[in-house]
Design a protein around this ligand. Structure first.
Ligand code: ADP
Ligand code: TYD
Length: 232
């Protein structure tokens, strides 16, 4: 099967970093080469942008336009220098966040008009898009409490509950429009979340492999869309 770009999305504390190890194992066990990326970040310059955009600037307001442009600048560096070359070398890429984070946080959270986001996306990424998005859905208050347990909150994490509620609403609205996506209830135990993620990944992989075998279709043509609930 052709290498694919699998993205894990969700609010802070949803458990993205926790499930990414299991996703990496899944591909490795199948004999695939795999790399992990995170956004913003993943190249030396994009990591510098990450530090810049996450920190609190004393006596200086970070405008929503600056925040937005920095996210896309970092993404452009990562996609063109790391992700596209990896896929071209048949290396699977697991992304901790990607473009949907900008739609949720800057679009939903900061209320930047979605058409501005679409413009920036087209400018920086063209029609590049993930092959599978796994969205870990969590109540913002639960996710933020988990994130607090990890250490001090950064500038974006300090944006307030209403910001994260808007971001979650936008995630859910966008997920409903997206093909090749699964929503996982991240309020369950770590074990259950991991099980549900692997089930969604497995279903997608099987569908994608058989599509590749029978029609030699490109990875981007695959379609899987469902919601995974732990109690199913
Ligand atoms: N399903 C879960 N239930 C309870 N705690 C969790 C769960 N998933 C992750 N955690 C814990 O919450 C914290 C944040 O998880 P993490 O994977 O870093 O989230 P994210 O990368 O989405 O911000 C970590 O301390 C992790 O151990
Ligand atoms: C990629 C991306 C991240 N962000 C935010 C979400 C996070 O607050 C931060 C990335 O930090 P990160 O540590 O990856 O988040 P998490 O706590 O979920 O592991 O940047 C945006 O606002 N827009 C974006 O496009």
């Amino acid at each position: 099967m052709k290498a694919a770009f699998v993205v894990v999305e969700g609010l802070e504390g949803a458990g993205k970093s926790t499930v990414i190890n299991a996703i990496e194992n899944f591909f490795t066990m199948l004999g695939h080469s795999v790399i992990r990326t995170r956004e913003p970040g993943g190249t030396p310059m994009a990591e510098a942008i990450r530090d810049c955009v996450k920190q609190t600037w004393k006596d200086e307001t970070v405008t929503q336009e600056t925040e937005l442009l920095l996210m896309y600048a970092a993404r452009s560096q990562l996609v063109h220098n790391i992700i596209l070359p990896a896929l071209a070398n048949n290396i699977f890429v697991i992304g901790d966040r990607h473009d949907l984070s900008s739609v949720a946080y800057q679009g939903g959270g900061r209320q930047v008009p979605l058409e501005n986001l679409q413009l920036l996306k087209r400018l920086t990424l063209g029609d590049f898009t993930p092959d599978l998005t796994l969205y870990l859905d969590i109540e913002p208050s639960v996710g933020l409490a988990r994130a607090k347990g990890r250490g001090e909150l950064d500038r974006i994490e300090l944006s307030g509950l209403a910001f994260f509620e808007r971001a979650r609403e936008t995630y859910l609205e966008q997920l409903a429009l997206l093909e090749n996506a699964a929503t996982i209830n991240a309020g369950n135990s770590i074990e259950q979340v991991q099980k549900d993620v692997l089930r969604a990944l497995h279903n997608w992989y099987n569908a994608a492999s058989s599509a590749t075998n029978t029609t030699a279709s490109h990875a981007n043509n695959r379609t899987v869309k469902h919601t995974v609930r732990g109690d199913e």
